[in-house]
Design a protein around this ligand. Structure first.
Ligand code: IPE
Ligand code: IPE
Ligand code: MG
Length: 237
């Protein structure tokens, strides 16, 4: 990638890691194998983003709606998370800051505790910020933010008229972070499935036909090229 292109890189890329089940089905494998391969793809793409010096990467790992799936599949996804949380994330990049977006309360205690510990221990790191959206739902996030702000109003800390976009943004899981510039969804589906509805209001959306476990650095480059070919106006001219 040339210098000019590098200057046009997004600051924050968010990815909806979709298509694991279809990848496995195509190979007559259990869906779990698709999730396993998808987790490996995540590691690869996170390293690639770090090498490109993209400062923020967000990955949608489990949605508030994914609890509708069969218990065996949820258990398998949680086991993969256990493995990754205690192993890969810790060793992948010493300087990465890991954040979890979502309501961690309903998760098994060991997963929640490990996630919170990694988040705490990496909080001062200055490398890439990697957000893992885990039990994340955009509507759920907005409701949590509204409840917190309402409580602060009731406590007399805040008046309803103080609530503006900046204050609201600060009540979300992504507090203090820039909004995503680019949201990539592989797997051929053209929807955002409750992912970052507030933060992604002006994100460029790129939908791609590849299934997430097959997603390569080349596919990521292609998404960046599409992003760079777009004209972002933010309501201006
Ligand atoms: C995304 O892959 C992973 C999660 C939602 C946890 P899917 O499991 O949704 O894969 P498809 O869409 O069924 O192929
Ligand atoms: C979105 O994928 C959630 C994640 C990738 C974690 P889904 O597979 O759950 O989305 P829908 O059901 O196709 O909208
Ligand atoms: Mg899916």
């Amino acid at each position: 990638m040339g210098e000019t292109q590098k200057n046009l890189l997004p600051r924050h890329v968010a990815i909806i890691m979709d298509g694991n089940g279809r990848w496995a089905k195509k190979r007559m494998l259990p869906r779990t194998m698709g999730h396993k391969k998808g987790a490996e793809t995540f590691g690869k793409i996170a390293r690639y983003c770090r090498n490109l010096e993209i400062p923020y990467l967000t990955a949608y790992a489990f949605s508030t709606e994914n609890w509708k799936r069969p218990k065996e599949e949820i258990d398998a996804i949680m086991d993969l998370l256990r493995h990754y949380l205690s192993d890969v994330f810790r060793h992948q990049d010493e300087n990465a800051r890991l954040c979890f977006l979502g309501d961690l309360e309903p998760l098994d205690e060991d997963i929640r505790e490990t996630a919170l510990r990694i988040q705490r221990e990496s909080a001062q790191n200055h490398g890439i910020t990697i957000n893992i959206a885990l039990n994340y739902g955009g509507r759920d996030e907005i409701i949590h933010a509204a409840q917190n702000l309402a409580k602060r109003c009731m406590a007399g800390e805040l008046s309803p008229n103080d609530i503006d976009e900046a204050l609201f943004s600060d009540a979300l899981y992504t507090a203090g972070q820039p909004d995503p510039d680019l949201i990539i969804r592989p797997s051929g589906e053209c929807r955002t499935s409750n992912f970052l509805p507030w933060q992604g209001a002006y994100a460029e959306l790129v939908f791609m036909d590849v299934l997430w476990p097959d997603f390569s650095e080349k596919d990521f480059d292609r998404a960046l090229e599409i992003y760079q070919s777009r004209s972002r106006r933010f309501g201006g001219i």
